[in-house]
Structure formats: C-alpha cells, structure tokens
Design a protein around this ligand. Structure first.
Ligand code: 13P
Ligand code: SF4
Length: 385
C-alpha cells in the first residue's frame, strides 16, 4: 500500500451542528495564527464554504505546481480529493525541498478521507502490472510509453516513473502525448479513456488506432493481437461518472433554444460531447475562458456543478448555464465541507493532526520521476529525466 494515513475520528455529533458563521470565524482564526506555516489548497470543484478559505484555487496542475514550490509552509491542507493530496505530499517533499528545509517534511491533510476519485479507482497497480506483462509477452511493451492521468494512485505514477512513462493533467495532455510519441511508437493511457481519446484525436490519430483496454477481459484487454499491433493509443476502460452525464442531446437542445450559445466542456466528457463543443479544456481553462469573455456572452458549461454555479455568481454580466438538466456534483469532492475543514484545522492547531496523507519513500521517489517529467515537459517542452 503506497499511502499511509493517520485517521481521525470525525465527531459527526458536533461540528455539523455548529453555525457556519462560527465555523468560518474559527477557521479564519487558525489561518491567522498559523500564517505562512499553513497552506490551504482548493480545487475549483470545492464548495463555496470551503473555497473561500483556500490560499490558492486551481486546477490539478496548478495545485501540484504550488505544492512543489512550497518553501515556508509546514502543513498543506488539501481541499480536493485523495490523489491530489498524495501528489502534493510527493512534490512538497522532494529531496531538494527537504534539503532547503533541513529535513523538515511538509505534512499533508485531507479533511475527509472519503474524498476519493471514482475514476482514479478504475485502475489499480495489479491490473496495470498485469496488462504490462501481457504487452511485454507480445513484444509490445518496449514500444509503449505508459501515461497516467494525474487522477490516479501514487503507485500508478510510480509505475510510470520506473517504466519510462509520465503523468499528465487535462491542461497538458497534448504536450505530454507529443513527448511520448517522440520517444516511442505507442501509448498506454490510463485511467480515463475520454481524456486519452479526445487528446489523441486532436493529433490526427484515428479512433480505430485507439482500442479500449478492458482490465477485466480475459485476454489482450478484450481486443485482439492485430488491433494491438496496429494501435497507437491503448485506452484504459475508465471514465468520470460526473462528466459522463453530459450528452450530445444536451448540446443540440441548447443550440436550438439559444442559437448564439457557446458550449464549453471538460475533456473528461465523451467524444461526441467533446467534438460537438466549441471549446474543451481543464477547469483552469474553463475559468480563464469565462473570466476573459465579454459581457453578454452565452455559455453552457459541461463540468462539475459547484464550479459552474460559482462562475454564474462571479459573472452576472454573462448568461451561464449548466450543460445538463440533471444536477451533478462530484460527490467525493463534496465530502470536504466547512465542518470537516474546521475540525482538521482545529486538530492541527492543537498539535494532534488528523487525516495525514503520506506516501512511502520508494513509491514517492518513482512517482516523483513521472511527475517531474510532466512538469519539465509542460514548462520547457522536454525533459532529461
Ligand atoms: P482539472 O485538472 O481540469 O482540474 O480536472 C480535475 C478533475 O478531476 C476533473 O474532473
Ligand atoms: Fe474524479 Fe470525476 Fe470527481 Fe474529477 S469529477 S474528482 S474525475 S470523480
């Protein structure tokens, strides 16, 4: 098991009963007391009551970068999901950062340990090792770069680190695939088939050259040898349950009723939605697009609802709609709420931190290799790692 956790017993009978204004005040008090020693990171999908306490809001890449550059802080409280907190721990405790802090580790806290990511859970290390072994027996593994979406467990990032692979996020997937194809003939992309497919399609790779690898199939990931030999990207059979609610019909309905509407989606949406949209990109890209749009712009946005609601609130001069008629939050992101945040901060202030996320040294070192490759390719276009 790559991750060890220090679990705290959340008092369900106390914190949720406290008035939110009082919880706000208590959170702020601890933030003031701890100052630079505490860094609260918040993903764009977090609820308003939580995100107001974040020192930095961002998409997965921006938050990972911020964790990697942490110097003064002793604790990161991650308001997001489990893989994000693991990534922050790995990057904040690189050998260079540890040397700068004279060996002092940054501790990372996830306010609710149930905040996982159902997509990340769709690939585990045994399945990926098994697939790799099968590909190796077929003589294909040496031609393949494994690419894991950052939405994955630390041991899958470590797998990529030790097999010449790399991590990507939704904001840099194209750059990462360009890098991968400059080195080897094929890519094994996990766990999100949609981000892999949508990105590879923009590179001119045909859908026929992207077979699905089903980890539950008996042989060849459910495909056949000829298809594998002709493939360019093997797409792991994983998806995001939140983004799969958006459909082509939702887009058609909006276009019919509001002809000058623009459709803006996250690349975790399926191909039909991604192709029919006007724009597709990470949560950071979605935010930037709306921030820069002129007054009177009309949008239907296909991503998590907390974020879309916030954009609506922040931009009353624009007409913003949620792409699906069905309410759709990310249930796991939503596990982090103001009571859990206050509880974790108060335990931290009392010197008995709860819900600590840690990654063992060997896994962290190999995962860091794949993460640092990603950062170098994203920032410089290449990497020697
Ligand atoms: P971003 O990298 O775009 O923030 O996406 C993270 C995520 O989990 C989207 O579902
Ligand atoms: Fe995971 Fe989907 Fe939630 Fe993103 S929105 S954290 S991919 S379950």
């Amino acid at each position: 098991m790559a991750t060890t956790v220090e679990l705290g017993q959340y008092p369900f009978d106390r914190y949720p009963k406290v008035d939110p204004t009082e919880l706000d005040r208590r959170c702020q008090k601890i933030r003031d007391e701890l100052g630079q020693k505490l860094l609260i990171l918040g993903h764009h999908y977090q609820k308003e009551e939580v995100i107001v306490h974040a020192d930095l809001r961002g998409d997965s890449y921006e938050l990972a970068k911020r964790a990697a550059s942490s110097t003064d802080c002793k604790t990161i409280v991650f308001c997001g999901v489990h893989f994000m907190a693991e990534t922050a721990y790995i990057l904040a405790n690189s050998p260079e950062k540890l040397a700068e802090r004279r060996g002092q580790r940054v501790q990372v806290i996830l306010p609710d340990m149930a905040a996982g990511c159902s997509m990340a859970d769709m690939a585990n290390i045994d399945q990926v090792e098994e697939a790799w072994e099968e590909l190796n027996e077929l003589g294909l593994a040496e031609e393949i770069t494994p690419v894991t979406y950052i939405n994955s467990a630390a041991n899958l990032k470590a797998f990529c680190g030790r097999n010449g692979g790399i991590v990507c996020t939704s904001s840099n997937a194209r750059k990462i695939l360009d890098w991968a194809f400059a080195r080897r003939k094929r890519v094994l992309f996990f766990p999100d088939q949609h981000l892999g497919r949508n990105t590879a399609l923009t590179m001119g790779i045909s859908a026929e050259q992207m077979p699905i690898w089903d980890p539950f199939a008996n042989e060849y990931g459910g495909t056949d040898l000829e298809t594998l030999q002709n493939s360019q990207v093997l797409l792991w059979k994983g998806h995001c349950s939140v983004h799969q609610v958006f459909t082509r019909e939702h887009i058609d309905t909006f276009r019919k009723t509001i002809p000058d509407i623009k459709i803006l989606v996250h690349p975790e949406c399926c191909r039909e939605v991604n192709d029919a949209a006007d724009l597709s990109g990470s949560t950071g890209f979605i935010l930037k697009t709306i921030n820069e749009a002129p007054a009177g712009s009309k949008w239907a946005i296909g991503t998590e609802l907390n974020m879309v609601n916030r954009l609506k609130q922040e931009h009353p001069e624009q007409e913003i709609h949620f792409l699906s008629p069905v309410v759709c939050f990310c249930a796991t992101m939503n596990r982090i709420d103001l009571p859990h945040l206050t509880w974790s901060l108060e335990n931290l202030a009392a010197n008995r931190p709860v819900n600590l996320i840690e990654v063992d040294d060997e896994t962290a070192t190999e995962a860091r290799t794949a993460l640092c490759r990603m950062m170098e390719v994203t920032e410089k276009g290449t990497t020697d790692l």
